[in-house]
Design a protein around this ligand. Structure first.
Ligand code: NAD
Length: 379
């Protein structure tokens, strides 16, 4: 592998999770050999992993095993997605976050360096270690401005603090030992196979189950949403075109208040899987019985046809299930990323608009309820 060229064999840690599994498929589609190392925590699933990848069940904290893997497969790059990734879990129990996101990253860096030291000169300079991280390391923004690569780290949750620590270690391994490390930060990802504990799939699941849709605080916290495929394209660009020692940030250019996002999800579900409730007057109309039905559901090509409401039933918006709950402690108000460095230096672009990406995501969850049930059984 030379600079700006693609690695033949990549070790993807955390490749059985949401973002890692998308990255694995993209790399294989590009002709790379991929070795996935994943501990299969509650968030990792063997079924998520592309069948063309080599799968190894193991923990990044196991340095000796990682070193063996690197030597055996002659790995040319490591992309580290392995992490404990849910803020709420980090508040309830920070220990696994310290173990994986800090100690795990440390052991992985140690194994990478030991292996890297065995490589001939050319391969040594072509080797890459990409540390995947989050914009949450920068803390919270006020109503204006955006974070970029020069923003100071001010993590507020145990999750973001553990990720920031991992990023610092990765940086130090470059500065101190010369390991060719690249760090990336990105905004909130969304798309297929995201664990149902996360906001978008959780809202879809709760809506369909007739449960309250829990929105923290006043719902006005702002998040910037990036489709997982666009994020993974960015990671590929960082891996193949990025400069060692550099940080690249990726944003979605799609800032939206949580409450607005939840309402968007409800509208999509109203259209694709209308909710029928008994009519209080007992006189509801079935679909097509009135020509003035302005909210007649439009079917997406993928969504199942809704059954018509019967006489005595009416359609009720899922938005009625929205329920404001006590705010998360230390809840960051707003995140946003200025990714002009990635756009200029890596030629990073996005394919997905939030509206279109969200609709495709809702379709995916409607078509994969079994996957959600399976994944939730493990939690
Ligand atoms: P995820 O929770 O869906 O997947 C994490 C994967 O890592 C799982 O497959 C899990 O089994 C594996 N894992 C956990 N601990 C491990 C260990 N010690 N050894 C080996 N494997 C282990 O997470 P995700 O949403 O795909 O996030 C991936 C990365 O991207 C994380 O580093 C996260 O901090 C970062 N990130 C995520 C988002 C987001 O919106 N999801 C945004 C920014 C950054």
């Amino acid at each position: 592998m030379t600079h700006s060229s693609r690695p033949k064999t990549i070790l993807v840690t955390g490749g059985a999770g949401f973002i890692g599994s998308t990255f694995v498929t993209q790399c294989i589609d590009r002709g790379c050999n991929v070795v996935v190392l994943d501990a299969l925590t509650y968030a990792g699933h063997r079924e998520n992993v592309d069948k063309r990848a080599t799968f190894v069940h193991g923990n990044i904290i196991d340095r000796v095993m990682v070193l063996k893997l690197l030597l055996e497969h002659k790995v040319e790059a490591i992309v580290n997605f392995a992490a404990e990734s849910h803020v709420d879990n980090s508040i309830a129990g920070p220990k696994p976050f310290i173990d994986t996101n800090i100690t795990g990253t440390f052991q992985l860096l140690k194994a990478a360096r030991e292996y890297w030291n065995t490589l001939p000169k050319l391969e040594k300079s072509a080797f890459r270690f990409v540390q995947i991280s989050t914009d949450e390391v920068y803390g919270s923004l006020g109503p204006t401005g955006k974070f970029n690569e020069s923003s100071p780290m001010r993590p507020n949750s145990p999750y973001s603090a553990s990720k920031a620590a991992g990023d610092h270690l990765a940086r130090a391994w470059h500065e101190t030992y010369g390991l060719p490390v690249i760090v990336t930060h990105c905004t909130n990802n969304y798309g297929p196979r995201q664990h149902p504990e996360k906001l978008i799939p959780n809202m879809i699941r709760c809506a369909l189950a007739g449960k309250p849709l829990p929105v923290y605080g006043d719902g006005k916290n702002v998040r910037d949403w990036l489709h997982v495929e666009d994020h993974c394209e960015g990671v590929w660009l960082a891996l193949t075109k990025g400069r060692p020692g550099e940080v690249y940030d990726f944003g979605g250019d799609s800032e939206v208040e949580n409450i607005v996002l939840v309402k968007m999800i409800c509208e999509l579900l109203d259209k694709k899987r209308p909710k029928k409730i008994p009519s209080p007057t007992g006189g509801g109309l079935g679909w097509g019985q009135s020509s003035s039905e302005s909210n007649h559901p439009v079917q997406s090509k993928n969504a199942p046809l809704p059954a018509s409401p019967l006489r005595g039933e009416e359609i009720c918006s899922y938005a009625k299930q929205i329920s404001f709950v006590t705010d998360r402690p230390g809840h960051d108000r707003r995140y946003a990323i200025d990714d002009s460095k990635a756009q200029i230096e890596l030629e990073f672009t996005r394919r997905y608009e939030l509206k279109q990406g969200l609709e495709a995501t809702v379709d995916w969850y409607l078509e994969n309820e079994e996957w959600c049930n399976l994944v939730m059984e493990k939690k």
